[in-house]
Structures are given as C-alpha cells and as structure tokens.
Design a protein around this ligand. Structure first.
Ligand code: SF4
Length: 510
C-alpha cells in the first residue's frame, strides 16, 4: 500500500547540455535574421498507464517541437515517487539518451515544450512545474497564457505564498494548495475557476492524469488511446507518432480526469460555443494535424483557393515562401491555373551551429535561410505566397532577393488578414508599434516591401477556408482578435495594473 505522503518524494534533474544556451541564443538570433513569425507558445503531452510512458512522452514532445524550441521537460510518477527532468534546448538533444529515459520511471507521464512569452527563459520556468500538496504530489504543464496571473500572483504573495518561478502557470499550483476541497480533481476545478485566459493543461498525480481546456477553447487538446493507455496531446500529430488512436478533442471548458476506471468528464463552466484560435489553422499547428475534424493542410490549401478568388494576379508563376506558405500557394495555383514552382529554397539547418563574424552574418540576413532558385525566377512576373506578415522584415528581404535573382515583377499575396493587434493568450507577438499592419495601410505595406502588388486574405475568406459561410460578427466562431481586436476574455492584467518590471529578485544565470 503506497501511503499518499510517501508519494511526495521527488527527484528533480534540471540540466543543460553544452549546446543548450547556444541553441536558445541561435534560435533567438535567427528569428532576428529571417523569421518574421508569430510564435506559438508551447506544446503539452501526457500518458496514463503505459510501461514506456517517458519514452512515449519524449516522442510526443518531439512531434510537437514546432510549438516551442527553447526548453522541454518531462515528469513521471511510479506510484511512490515523482521524477522530473527539465532541460534547455530541443527534445531531440536532451531526451534521446536511454539514461535520461531510464531515470524517468513510472507508467504515467506529462511533458512540455516551451517557448517563453511569460517568465524569463530560465530553468525554474521550464515545465512541468511540481508541488507537494497535502493530497500528494502534483505536476502541471500549460500551453497558453493566463490573463490574470499577475493579479493572482500579487494576491497570493501578499497572503504569504512563496513563488518558485516567474511563470504564470505557477499560480495554478498555489490555488490548488489553498483549495479546501477533498478530492484533487475538485481542487483542480476550484483552481481553474479562478484563472482567466487561454489554457490547455495536463496535470499528473500518483494515480491520475488530468487534462483541461479553457471555457473559450482557445488552445487545442486531444485525447488518444494506445493499447490500454490514454494519451493527451496538443495536436493529433503527437498521437500519430506514438501510434495512438484519436478518440476526441477535450471540449472547451472541460476537465477530464483519467484513472484506472477510465475517463471522468467534468464541466465546471456555463456551456458556451467554442472559439478556438484561428491561427492554429493559419500557422501554428503542423500541417498533418487534424483540428476539429479538419486537416490543417487542406484548410491552408483552401486559404489559397479563397485568396486566388479574392485577389487574382496576372503573373507567370506562383512561388511559396517555404515551408508554411506552401499549402496556400498550391491552393492558389490550382484555383488560378498559374504554374506552381519552388522559386525559393529553404535551408533547414539554420538552427545548427554557426560561428560569428556577427556583422557578416547580419549582412547575409534572410539568405541564411532562403535562397532564390534563379532558373525559376529570372525574367518572370512572380507571385509570392506567405501564410502571414508580422513586422514585414522578412517579406521585404525576400522581395529584394527575387529582384536580385532577375524577377521582372514581384507580387505578394498573404493567406490571412493583416495582423493589427497583439496577443495575450500565449503567442509571442510584437507590441502594436512593431506590427506592420497596425502602422501602415495596404499601399504603405506594399511600398515598404517593394512589391509590385500586395493583398491579404479577408477575414471572411479565412472563415470560408475553414468551412464556414463567413464570420458571424455577433458570435465569431473562432478567436481572431489579432485581426479584429475582439478579445474573447477579460484582460485583467492589462487593465491599468502596471506589470512589475521584475517578477522575481532572483536573477538566474544560465
Ligand atoms: S491573437 Fe487570438 S487568434 Fe491570434 S494567435 Fe492569439 S489567440 Fe490566436
């Protein structure tokens, strides 16, 4: 018989291989050099009752690496002990060693890929986070961002809480520890009733795997089955890599508690239609994932079809900006009948080691990642297709690259509307003054990029691409506020309460 209190014994292994810092810094550096994208923040994964729980979790996180490259962590429980390994850097660089997997004992596990929007890139912010509660140990991992975490943290600290990280997610552990409910799942419900914002959560106790989605359903979470085990993951591509069968999505506002008796579903919030983040379709999710029954790849092709219908162009060839512009460019070419060609070749090894000299690399800029396929470009009127534009810096450099390769005209078509508002739900968006479309009209953006013509897909075009007849302006079917400015939840922390310059006095040196 395992007495509850024995289960709080935990060993935490935090570490970094030599390359970690370099990878993190490189990732940051290259984003400056050529990757003008919104950045999704984090992927989560969980397994309940499987002999290879930790190895499966490492595989699942690997499949979700596109949701966060800064750091990763896995927590397991073997019924008497929790085991936690957290590392800076990529999953494949840290969880590919048998010794690490062997240390992560137990038949249940949760894991997390991190891309920081809240909390510095420091080890103690790497998830899963763990706490000893009087009900036993509890590990939690979170995709999304809480819009009242600062306010809650302030209240918690002023009433004696001691925070171990600067992550918004930690408030959930404090709220859990203060709940007066008896069962852990009831305490969990108590805690999430007090948080706002976007969250897909996985939690682990010594005998339960918990999954939850915020009442709006902004961030995705799915349930799978692998033999007798249950799997939770941010995307279906993570179910595919471990061979798990897709069961269903966790509904918006639902908490699932998975135990030896199966799945227990709780719905602690008033029922409301889901409004998932539309950008998961536009850019974040992997093309081979299925969201809400729709293939992400097919939806992106449909964005291209809608774009061709809305904004035709008299050109010789359609050229995608790889990789995320490819499906929409195929859709555009198929609908318009204009030939599709890979006029830009992407170097997939940009993240790997690259030594200074700084200035020379800075001058290379976008060429480190993209090069012109001159045979396709020279003397042609080309149409570039990209999935989105944030600051416009990459678009400008790629238009220049096309002219240098001999293009006669360079037209741009963007498979989503102009991004005019920042995100508070777990996406790393620049502030408004850095968003190109928040500061320039279409003609201004065309001039900035140096393009012959420029057009964005309309918001209704995006909704038609996802299979709707159009956007329901009274009750939008999706969260789309980076285009519309209509935020689906209160933004408590943004309402006048000045975010403290430094959340913690402990400066951690990596
Ligand atoms: S602003 Fe809204 S729609 Fe845009 S990425 Fe964020 S959650 Fe998604």
């Amino acid at each position: 018989m395992v007495s509850r209190h024995d289960t709080t014994a935990v060993d935490i292994i935090d570490g970094q291989t030599t390359a970690d810092n370099t990878v993190a810094r490189q990732a940051d550096k290259w984003s400056r050099y050529g990757d003008d994208r919104l950045r999704e923040e984090c992927g989560v994964f969980g397994v309940f009752d499987h002999a290879d729980a930790s190895a499966l979790t490492a595989l699942g996180l690997h499949a979700l690496q596109h949701r966060g490259q800064e750091a990763a962590g896995i927590a397991t429980c073997d019924g008497t002990q929790f085991h936690l390994e957290r590392r800076m850097g990529l999953v494949g660089d840290n969880f590919n060693k048998q010794t690490v997997i062997d240390r992560l004992k137990g038949r249940s596990a949760i894991g997390h890929n991190r891309y920081s929007t809240t909390g510095d890139t420091i080890l103690r912010n790497v998830q899963p986070l763990f706490a000893d509660l009087d009900t036993g140990g509890f590990a939690v991992a979170h995709n999304g961002n809480l819009t009242n975490a600062l306010t809650l943290r302030r209240e918690l600290v002023s009433s004696g809480a001691i925070c171990q990280s600067t992550s918004d997610t930690e408030v959930i552990l404090h709220l859990l520890s203060r709940s007066k409910k008896r069962r852990i799942v009831e305490r969990f419900v108590d805690a999430i009733r007090q948080i706002e914002g976007a969250y897909a959560l996985v939690g682990l106790t010594d005998d339960m795997l918990i999954g939850a989605r915020d009442p709006v359903g902004i961030r995705p979470l799915v349930i799978g089955r692998l033999d007798n085990a249950y799997v939770l993951a941010s995307e279906t591509c993570a179910l595919d890599i471990v061979g798990a069968e897709f069961i269903r999505e966790v509904d918006n506002g639902e908490v699932v508690a998975i135990t030896k008796d199966g799945i227990e579903s709780h719905r602690p919030f008033p029922k409301r239609p889901a409004q998932p983040c539309i950008f998961e379709y536009i850019y974040f999710a992997r093309p081979d994932s299925i969201i809400n029954g729709r293939s992400v790849y097919d939806v992106r092709k449909q964005f291209g079809v809608q774009l061709a219908a809305e904004s035709p162009a008299d050109v010789d060839v359609v050229v995608p900006i790889p990789d995320s512009g490819v499906p929409a460019a195929i859709g555009y070419a198929q609908h318009s009948g204009i030939p599709f060609e890979l006029g830009i070749i992407r170097n997939h090894y940009v993240g790997r080691t690259f030594i200074e000299p700084e200035q020379q690399i800075r001058a290379l800029g976008v060429k480190l990642k993209h090069s012109a396929n001159a045979g396709v470009i020279r003397g042609k009127r080309i149409l570039l297709i990209d999935d989105s534009v944030v600051r416009g810096t990459t678009s400008k450099k790629i238009v220049q690259l096309m002219y240098e390769a001999g293009a006669k005209e360079v037209h741009m078509r963007i498979a989503c509307p102009p991004i005019t508002h920042s995100d508070y739900y777990g996406i790393d968006t620049p502030s408004k003054e850095d968003l190109l479309a928040a500061n320039l009209d279409n003609e201004g953006m065309r001039e900035f990029m140096g393009a012959t013509s420029l057009a964005f897909l309309s918001i209704n075009g995006v909704y038609r691409g996802v299979g709707e007849t159009g956007r329901d302006s009274l009750r939008p079917q999706f969260t789309d506020h980076c285009f519309t400015g209509e935020y689906p939840t209160p933004l408590t922390d943004q309402n006048g309460t000045e975010a403290p310059r430094q959340l913690s006095l402990l400066a951690e040196v990596l």
